[in-house]
Design a binder for this molecule. Sequence first.
Ligand code: VG1
Ligand code: CO
Length: 543
Amino acid sequence: MTLTEIPTKPFLDQKPGTSGLRKKVTVFQQPNYVENFVQSIFDSVEGRQGATLVVGGDGRFFNREVVQTVLKMAAANGFARILIGQCGLLSTPAASCLIRKYKAIGGVILSASHNPGGPDGDFGIKFNVSHGGPAPETFTDAVFKRTQTISSYHIHRASDIDLDVLGETRLGSTVVEVVDSVADYAELMETLVDFDKIAALFASGFRMRFDALSAVTGPYAKAILEGQLGAPAGTVANGEPKPDFGGHHPDPNPVHAHDLMELMLGPNAPDFGAASDGDGDRNMIVAPGLFVTPSDSLAILTAYAHLAPGYAKGLAGVARSMPTSRAADRVAAKLGIRAFETPTGWKFFANLLDAGLVTLCGEESAGTGSNHIREKDGLWAVLLWLNILAELKKPADQVVREHWATYGRDYYARHDYEEIETARADALMAHLRAASPSLPDKTFGGLTVEACDDFAYTDPVDGSLTPQQGIRILFKEDARAVFRLSGTGTSGATLRVYLERFEPDPSRHDLSREDALASVAEAAEAIAQITTHTGRSTPSVIT
Ligand code: VG1
Ligand code: CO
């Protein structure tokens, strides 16, 4: 059947964030809500007529329904070809890989990433552009503007596409191809890391646990780790994607990946542990008896990436988000490569990667990636770690301790205060901004403030300025506290407080993170008056 146009009205109450639009499932289930947003995206994609589009999601509740809507709308909006992952599944890095490999104009990714799923959980829609990365602000601004004026949308009325069977079908004149969700991604991985070396490592008895938390990475990890690399069956835990993530909160951190933590810190720990998030772009790394902070992981990968074939020529540079610890900077300095500090969110890395200024990037929230795609990539980071371990022939915990001995240890923790009233969170940030100029040289919790600012980023490639990305407080004792509000939550505000302290003395590398950071936490509380502002005496989550 031909196109149908249905009257509709403006609906979006806020601009989509850096990772697209995230709301409760019930919000997305309102009549025409998905259609309006998707049409606003398509209206903003210049050159869509005749172009290829990639579509896929993390399998969460409502994924299948929205996939069908997106396919029918894409067909009615003039895309010539649509690649959709089997069963409607594509991890974010796999979507980025497909967009680049098949020169698509972009991709619609259905995910709320690390946010909980299920009927009462969250859903999300984001658009990635032709380089495979998140859309820049110019694009998301255009989409938001369009949502305020949209009066009709286009949809091809047809029966649902069978998402389970590989192959091509047609929606009108548009070709829809259901593709293997894993194959192209796995092929890319083989060009970057040494599969033979890792397979030999597993063959020698090396054991690991990969916890997919019932989210999208299960099929990828099973196919690559257990299939191609010969890890024993059962290496991948919670490997079936489920609409409610099997009750897991697919945020790979020591709190939410508690089963993995318990195993890795217990007497029967395997040689290596890892977990990923809802859409597969994050990674958590655990050595036997030792959680590896994402900031340390980035630094260690930077130090050893050249051991993997894809990075044998060395790295152009490394980028980290501002709240990520400075551990990677120390490695960059030693290697003589460039180091960049960007605002939170992957889109800032994309410009640096495109310009060839950096090869690796990472965030404290467990996102690590390289120039192979334009998203962070959870399983890739795990494979690179395995390649490095296979080359170094040392236990993972030893690699981490030796790294600290060489570079010093950056003790690090993040305190999240979730679902606080937006007005209270804003008041805390306003108070901090107002207090900042008077802080230098004052002492809090035994630490003396050296400098503070509200992080502003000038993109070295396009010169664009991104202001107000978080308050940084540097202490003379080589410690730092950073305050910012989350952009990915769906109820109230989330305050993130990032604490770090550098410890060069190897005899002091075995403190608990809590002890090592106690003075920084005390100073952060004294300066920001978190308890008074939020009404909470403790964070909701410490990672
Ligand atoms: C969080 C993380 C940030 C990450 C973003 C998207 O953002 O802190 O590092 O890039 O999520 O990750 P925020 O604004 O809530 O702090 V994902 O895996 O949810 O797409
Ligand atoms: Co994610």
